[in-house]
Ligand binder design. Structure first.
Ligand code: CMP
Length: 150
C-alpha cells in the first residue's frame, strides 16, 4: 500500500471537509499515518459483523452502506466510514460496497484512536457527522408516518 506522497497528500486532504478544521501540522500527521487503497467496483470494503481495524475516507468514487434494516446510503468523495467499529470496539455495523472504483485514505485503528485523542477538531468533525447520520436515521420513519397520515 503506497504511503501518501507528501505534496499530493496535503493538497488532496485539504479538500476533504472532515479535515477542514485541522492545522497544516495536523494535516501532515494525517498524511503520515494514512495509506491510499484502491477498491474495484463491486468490492465489499467492509462486511457486516466482521471485526474492524481500519477507518476510511473516500477520496474518489462512491460506495453504499448496506445495513440490516433501512435503505442503503450512498457515500461520496469526502465521506468517511468505518469509524463505529473502532470507536465502539465492536464488529462492523453494515456492509460498505464500492459502487465504482474507489480510492480511499485508510487509517489503522491505533493511529485513528491517537487522532481522536489528540486532535479536537478531527474528533469534533467525526462526532458531528455521526450525530447527523443518527438524526437522519430517526427522520426517515417520521417522514413516512407524516406521509401515511395525509
Ligand atoms: P462500521 O460499523 O465500522 O462499519 C460500517 C460502517 O457503515 C459504519 O462503521 C459507519 O461508518 C457506516 N454506517 C453504519 N450505519 C450507518 C448509518 N446509519 N448512517 C451512515 N453510515 C452508517
Amino acid at each position: 500500500m503506497p504511503t501518501l506522497e507528501r505534496t499530493e497528500a496535503l493538497s488532496t486532504l485539504k479538500g476533504v471537509p472532515l479535515f477542514a478544521g485541522l492545522t497544516p501540522q495536523q494535516l501532515r500527521r494525517v498524511a503520515e499515518v494514512g495509506r491510499l487503497k484502491l477498491f474495484r467496483a463491486g468490492a465489499a470494503i467492509v462486511r457486516l459483523g466482521e471485526p474492524g481495524d481500519t477507518f476510511y475516507v473516500i477520496l474518489d468514487g462512491h460506495a453504499l452502506v448496506v445495513r440490516e434494516a433501512g435503505r442503503p446510503l450512498k457515500l461520496h468523495p469526502g465521506d468517511f466510514f468505518g469509524e463505529l467499529a473502532l470507536i465502539e470496539n465492536a464488529p462492523r455495523s453494515a456492509d460498505v460496497i464500492a459502487t465504482d472504483d474507489v480510492t480511499a485514505l485508510t487509517v489503522g485503528h491505533t493511529a485513528f484512536r491517537k487522532l481522536l485523542r489528540s486532535e479536537a477538531a478531527f474528533t469534533h468533525a467525526i462526532l458531528k457527522t455521526v450525530v447527523g447520520r443518527m438524526r437522519n436515521d430517526q427522520r426517515a420513519p417520521r417522514w413516512e408516518l407524516d406521509n401515511l397520515m395525509r
